[in-house]
Design a protein around this ligand. Structure first.
Ligand code: NAD
Length: 450
């Protein structure tokens, strides 16, 4: 079995990669299972050193990994360099964890009580196509740091960077079987991570629909599971904000990675008194947005990842009134322009559903209460932004919006130093931040009678 890879910017096929069978997945899991006891017992300082070596070698191959991502996924070269750098930085950050995975000494009568954080065993990481490198690293780096071995399945259509990172792990000196990349179908390899009794945790990022199946499957074996699912995040702009700054920043917050971003601020809520000013400034910013060959250093947005994704996004645009759009290059490839829709009805699919493409819906609101109610009128709760100069309002709205990651007067959300994850249908559990390695451990309590 194999998968034919297509360059999304040209529509041309460029490589066949083997797709693992269920027997291949079983063999990779068996190797990870066999490698676990020795990896668990590597001294903390030595495991830290190996992870730093892994980070360094990923850093040395930044340009190679970035070029692979441009060709395979259509990411802009600037973004792809950042993504490879993110893998290096996340590995470096968690390389400090083995030496700091401390337990507690708890006061109890009659003895001494201590806790230990022990690794789970084999962890299965299932990655989607939209951010092949960072999402992989957010799973495998803290899992390895906590002493687990990892099997990782990239998305069918974007496996190249993960395969290369798997090779680099071996070059860095990680023992064979500690980190194995298994490219293949979700219904075969991904499903096997769920059903195999020697996989003790599944880290899944992808659609809410598949996430629910994974959770149900993991329930059969009471298996640990983390879900990072979809989003429909709100960017809320109050009249007291820097309206010009908010309008200039809005395109980047939704059109980055061609909108194929679970954190995309794909709903913009603007207070009515500044609505016309905001939309006017947004139009200027969107018309200046550079959608072009992703390998061009000037490119801000490349194509959709596949013909299927292009068609899926296009369906949301058929029949809606488009306010204004950016441009697209001529020629083949899965291109869509940056598109703005003005919404007046919160029941419209383009307002409610995760389009996962370069489409943003804008709506006016009257006051703070209505802004919070509109933002929360969603099945999702992953990310969001608030623009205001009123500190009290910034805090009230931050506490009122039911979402896992908010930024005030900015759009930053996924920072590896801080926890990341969703409310409601956006997921279960948290990744990243200082506590991530603990999510890959069991906490053991030991009481010693004195
Ligand atoms: P998807 O759910 O179809 O696939 C995600 C991964 O799961 C792929 O590797 C796929 O092969 C695998 N998979 C598919 N069926 C499976 C099964 N039955 N068992 C096990 N694994 C299976 O999603 P997608 O189309 O790759 O990605 C787009 C979606 O992912 C969007 O909805 C987006 O919002 C979401 N997403 C969420 C986050 C987040 O952090 N919350 C990040 C990226 C993407």
């Amino acid at each position: 079995m194999s998968t034919t890879l297509v360059n999304p910017a040209t529509g041309r096929e460029f490589l066949e990669v083997p797709a693992a069978t269920e027997a291949d997945a079983d063999a990779a899991i068996a190797r990870a299972h066999d490698a676990f006891p020795a990896w668990r017992d590597v001294a903390p300082g030595e495991r830290a050193r190996l992870l730093r070596a892994f980070a360094a070698i990923v850093g040395q191959h930044n340009e190679e990994l970035a070029r692979l991502e441009v060709e395979n996924s259509g990411h802009t070269i600037g973004n792809a360099r950042w993504e490879a750098g993110n893998v290096r930085d996340v590995l470096t950050y968690y390389s400090a964890a083995p030496e700091r995975l401390v337990g507690k000494q708890i006061p109890v009568p009659g003895g001494v009580d201590v806790t230990f954080h022990e690794p789970l065993g084999v962890v299965g990481v299932i990655v989607p196509w939209n951010f092949p490198m960072p999402i992989a690293g957010w799973g495998f780096a803290p899992a390895l740091a906590a002493g687990n071995t990892v099997v990782l399945k990239p998305a069918e259509i974007t496996p190249l960077t993960a395969i290369r990172i798997g090779e680099l792990a071996l070059e860095a000196g990680l023992p064979p079987g500690v980190f194995t990349v298994v490219p293949g179908k979700g219904s075969v390899v991904g499903q096997r991570f769920v059903t195999h009794p020697d996989v003790h945790k599944v880290v899944f990022t992808g659609s809410t629909e598949v996430g629910k199946q994974i959770m149900a499957g993991c329930a059969e074996q009471v298996k640990h599971v983390t879900l990072e699912l979809g989003g429909k995040s709100a960017n809320i702009v109050f009249a007291d904000a820097d309206v010009a700054g908010a309008a200039t920043a809005a395109p980047g917050a939704v059109f980055d990675n061609a909108g194929q971003d679970c954190c995309a601020r794909s709903r913009i809520l603007v207070q009515r008194s500044v609505y016309d000013e905001f939309v006017g400034r947004l139009e200027t910013a969107v018309r200046d947005w550079r959608t072009m060959d992703p390998s061009d250093e000037q490119s801000q947005m490349g194509p959709m990842v596949s013909a299927g994704q292009q068609a899926s996004v296009q369906r949301y645009l058929d029949g809606v009134t488009i306010a204004f759009q950016g441009g697209t290059p001529d020629g083949d490839g899965y291109w869509l322009p940056a598109t703005v829709v003005e919404s007046t009805d919160a029941r419209e699919p383009v307002w409610r559903e995760e389009v996962f493409g370069p489409v943003v819906a804008v709506m006016a609101f009257e006051d703070e209460d209505e802004a919070i109610a509109l933002a929360n009128d969603s099945d999702y709760g992953l990310s969001g932004s608030i623009f205001t100069h009123d500190l009290g309002r910034a805090l009230r709205v931050s506490r009122g919006v039911q979402t896992g990651n908010l930024s005030v007067n900015s759009h930053s959300s996924v920072r590896y130093w801080t926890p990341f994850g969703g409310y409601k249908m956006s997921g279960l559990g948290r990744e990243l931040g200082p506590d991530a390695p603990y999510a890959f451990t069991e906490e053991k309590n030991v009481f010693i009678a004195t």
